[in-house]
Design a binder for this molecule. Structure first.
Ligand SMILES: Cc1cc2nc3c(=O)[nH]c(=O)nc-3n(C[C@H](O)[C@H](O)[C@H](O)COP(=O)(O)OP(=O)(O)OC[C@H]3O[C@@H](n4cnc5c(N)ncnc54)[C@H](O)[C@@H]3O)c2cc1C
Ligand SMILES: *[C@@H]1O[C@H](CO)[C@@H](O)[C@H](O)[C@H]1NC(C)=O
Length: 383
């Protein structure tokens, strides 16, 4: 790997699973690169920002990174700790040494030198660093910056407010009145965990959601290899309807569109049920409509009612800030920081710009993208 001088062949931004996979593929082809990470460790989502009970949502063979299978002794749904162990071994195997504490704050292509000029903020020295590179790979993730909606009166809330990324376990919330805002996978799983630890748990389900069991999701992904997308989608919807029945009496509506359609079109994942549904049905977890405002410890809801809470957990997801630093790209990434080109041509931009893991295909997509990008750089640079 190159030393940290200004001139680079390849710069990879972000040392999450996507950046690590890319680094491994480049290393396997003996292509020198520099990997830049704003935090002080790799895969921070998994190593420090996740809750204790987190597992990979998908079966392990959909979650492997290139050139290294998951250990045979791992369970089908790999727990966080084992996944981190796998990443540790991965980093060791491919001698990956990210440059830490560095945020990329600017990247611009210069026609004359035909190079990308990269501006980096070093949070240790609080100074700027500059690099030039022929190839730039964006691997900053689909969930790079936390998002909290602007709720009226949130600043008056007398209890504790956290984002789902700060949530570790329900242990510390036992006996407390906790409101989870956001009913995606994080919100649903956090609600389940809170309730397991004896917190009086409520969850806001604002818009319609699909709930699938892990078995259904697995079946769906497997069938997709052999059967048309629409067919599998309808099958899943059918199974979900039979298994979960009408959820409206619990405050949950189903979307009109089918699960995979919503995922591919809008990046809206179905909820993979970890046990939350049973608790909703039994009343252990209360479902509430959208929040309208907050005053002191009272939270007001769309149905006109209000309830008091000790804690609010925002599981409202993320936004992406790529457009703030990546200049002059109107081809590869959209304003939302997600690949603009249709799969499977989503990874290749112009002027040596690429992205890995930004096409809403999870770790499976990362695996594919990283290989394609490294191979493409190998051939186009004749390295
Ligand atoms: C709770 C949860 C469970 C999931 N389960 C699965 C699963 O089972 N299967 C699956 O396939 N996928 C799953 N995913 C989705 C996805 O695979 C993971 O989020 C994965 O971590 C994505 O890897 P990534 O490298 O693309 O992004 P990230 O892990 O977000 O890594 C991006 C990195 O880029 C860094 N970065 C961002 N901006 C900058 C910048 N400007 N300068 C420098 N560094 C920067 C970040 O600090 C971070 O380290 C899950 C996601 C979550 C949140
Ligand atoms: C990154 O910065 C933190 C403090 O901001 C420091 O503790 C840590 O040692 C730094 N890590 C590296 C690898 O430079």
């Amino acid at each position: 790997m190159s030393q940290e001088t200004g001139e680079q062949v390849v710069i990879v931004v972000g040392a999450g699973p996507a950046g690590l996979a890319t680094a491994a593929c480049l290393a396997s082809l003996s292509i020198p690169y520099m990997l830049i990470e704003r935090e002080d460790l790799y895969a921070p989502i998994w190593t420090k920002k996740s809750y204790d009970r987190l597992h990979l949502h998908l079966a392990k063979h959909f979650c492997e990174l290139p050139h290294m299978p998951m250990p045979a002794e791992y369970p089908t749904y790999v727990p966080r700790v084992e996944f981190v162990q796998y990443l540790d071994n991965y980093v060791r195997k491919f001698h990956i040494k990210p440059l830490y504490n560095r945020s990329v704050i600017g990247a611009e292509y210069e026609e004359v030198s035909q190079k990308w000029h990269i501006k980096v903020h070093n949070s240790m020295s609080d100074e700027s660093e500059e690099y030039q590179t022929r190839f730039l790979i964006v691997a900053t993730g689909e969930t790079s910056d936390t998002f909290v909606p602007d709720v009226e009166g949130l600043h008056t809330f007398s209890g504790r407010v956290i984002h789902s990324t700060q949530y570790k376990s329900g242990k510390e919330f036992s006996g407390q009145n906790v409101l989870v805002i956001g009913s995606g996978n994080s919100g649903m799983e956090i609600a389940f965990d809170l309730s397991n630890f004896g917190a009086k748990t409520s969850i806001v389900v604002r818009s319609p959601i699909h709930i699938l069991s892990k078995g259904m999701a697995h079946l769906g992904l497997t069938l997709l290899k052999y059967l048309p997308h629409d067919f599998v989608d309808s099958l899943l919807l059918f199974l979900s309807k039979i298994y979960y029945g009408d959820l409206r009496k619990y405050g949950i509506e189903r979307p009109k569109e089918s699960p995979f359609y919503l995922k591919d079109k809008y990046g809206k994942y179905p909820v993979f049920d970890v046990g939350t549904y049973k608790k909703i049905k039994s009343g252990e977890i209360q479902v509430l409509p959208a929040v309208t405002s907050i005053k002191g410890d009272e939270v007001f809801f769309k149905d006109g009612k209000s309830h008091a809470f000790d804690v609010i957990i925002f599981a409202t997801g993320f936004k992406r800030s790529t457009t703030q630093w990546l200049k002059g790209d109107d081809y590869l990434l959209g304003d939302d920081g997600i690949s603009k080109q249709e799969f499977p041509n989503h990874w290749k931009g112009k002027n040596g710009l690429y992205c890995v893991g930004l096409a809403r295909k999870g770790l499976y997509g990362i695996h594919m993208d990283a290989k394609l990008v490294a191979d493409h750089i190998k051939t186009s640079a004749m390295l």
